[in-house]
Ligand binder design. Structure first.
Ligand SMILES: Nc1ncnc2c1ncn2[C@@H]1O[C@H](COP(=O)(O)OP(=O)(O)OP(=O)(O)O)[C@@H](O)[C@H]1O
Ligand SMILES: [Mg+2]
Length: 303
């Protein structure tokens, strides 16, 4: 089966800045694919090219097998987008935000009403159908934006940071709906800064930085192959530990005051530290996506 999205040497330049710098990826039908990366990595720029909102500078980008520059209308008709920033219309009610949007897709009025009701129920917003946008909480607005992205029953759903700023309950509700959509067979492209979100939702993901893709794969495999099984985190350790770590060939990193040792045998490392390098705090935990993310993109602040 041909991929839903295929990018080859995809590049976007803004003046001298390569915001997306020769990336290659391929997204299969029915999978949830994640884009992770620090602020300014190029995630939004990449997805904007996919939904034909921003022209490609160089390289190839095919969506549903169509080159994005060729027949953008055909592509847009089959995509639903929930943008990073709020683009709801503040002058309209909740329900009207959906029905007006449906018109852009040429959906007949009666069908638009029906579809809006289904989607508001699906996203748990039916009781608020007559509310004004300004009366909604941040979480409700995000859910409405997702409902709106589904109005044309898209094959591909693009969610650019769908849960930023949401409380844990709302995030879990959104995750639950995303899983439901995936079960319905929709292809989902998601950007996020939440590692748990990527871990729980994404079949595969990429981590980007400075416009380039650093790694690609299923989250569990990436963590296992690039970080290891466990992380030993040490605080308030004696200076000799770093030298010992080096001599023992451990893979490790440090920030101010903490040492992170990436290993497949956390207990053994822990025992050595406990006996030979008594520290204020030493914990062994399972390695996760955040460890991989920080290992690849560093601990320095971005723009
Ligand atoms: N319209 C534009 N004109 C000039 N530069 C831009 C434009 N849009 C984005 N950029 C730059 O391109 C780079 C990538 O931005 P992008 O918005 O794709 O990052 P991102 O990975 O989505 O970041 P975030 O996590 O903060 O949303 C940044 O350096 C940004 O300043
Ligand atoms: Mg962004």
């Amino acid at each position: 089966m041909s991929p839903v999205i295929e990018a080859r040497a995809l590049t976007k330049r803004y003046g001298g800045l390569a915001a997306v710098d020769g990336v290659e990826f391929s997204i299969r039908a029915g999978e949830c694919f994640g884009f992770l990366g620090p602020n300014g990595a190029g995630k939004t720029t990449t997805v904007r090219m996919i939904y034909c909102a921003s022209p490609v500078t160089a390289g190839d980008l095919r969506v549903f097998g169509i080159e994005v520059g060729d027949r953008p209308r055909e592509i847009k008709a089959r995509i639903g987008v929930c943008q990073q920033e709020d683009t709801l219309d503040p002058d309209f009610s909740v329900r009207k935000n959906l029905t007006v949007f449906a018109r852009y897709f040429g959906i007949p009025a009666a069908r638009a009403e029906e579809r809006s009701r289904e989607l508001l129920e699906f996203m748990g917003l039916w009781e608020r159908k007559d509310a004004r946008i300004r009366e909604l909480s941040g979480g409700m607005k995000r859910r409405l934006a997702i409902a709106r992205a589904l109005i044309n029953d898209p094959d591909l759903l693009i969610l650019d940071e769908p849960t930023t700023g949401l409380d844990p309950q709302s995030r879990h509700q959104v995750w639950d709906r995303v899983r439901g959509l995936r079960r319905q067979g929709k292809t989902i492209l998601l950007t996020t800064h939440y590692m748990d979100e990527a871990q729980t939702l994404c079949d595969r993901l990429v981590i980007m930085d400075h416009g380039k893709i650093l790694v690609e794969g299923p989250p569990v495999d990436l963590v296992r192959s690039r970080v290891g099984k466990e992380v030993v985190e040490v605080e308030g350790y004696p200076p000799g530990l770093v030298q010992h770590a080096r001599q023992s060939g451990w893979t490790f990193e440090s920030d101010t005051g903490r040492l992170f040792i990436y290993t497949d045998s956390g207990e053994a490392v822990f025992t050595v530290i406990a006996h030979q390098f008594p520290s204020e705090r030493c914990t062994v935990r399972t390695a996760g996506l955040e460890d991989l993310f920080l290992k690849l993109t560093g601990r320095e602040l971005r723009e």
